[in-house]
Design a protein around this ligand. Structure first.
Ligand code: FES
Length: 99
């Protein structure tokens, strides 16, 4: 019953992320061509102070402070191109795994 095998874009829609504009981020992913990735409105992902939080599965890529203008870049580069968008990686999570 895990989501982990599926390709998903989780866009946090909990309070802190909503206040930072995550509804617009979700809408931008929804209207984009996201290949095989399913766009999901998610509960709090525990990264509230650096939202809007976008978490991509199964690769466990965490993007932070995502704005609608970042969405086309994430779609083109990551979802279609398979390459992480370095400047939007959540440093709290990715610094541990970087090298
Ligand atoms: S409210 Fe979005 S990560 Fe907590």
């Amino acid at each position: 019953m895990s989501h982990n095998k599926k390709q998903c874009v989780l866009v946090c829609q909990n309070r802190s992320c909503k206040e930072a504009g995550s509804a617009e981020v979700w809408a931008a992913f929804e209207s984009a061509e996201t290949k095989d990735y399913k766009v999901i409105a998610a509960d709090c992902q525990g990264q509230c102070s650096c939202g809007p939080t976008v978490r991509i599965l199964p690769e466990e890529t965490w993007y932070y402070r995502v704005q609608p203008s970042d969405v086309p870049v994430i779609v083109e580069q990551h979802l279609k191109g398979g390459k992480q968008v370095e400047e939007k990686l959540n440093p709290r999570i990715h610094m541990r795994f970087s090298f």
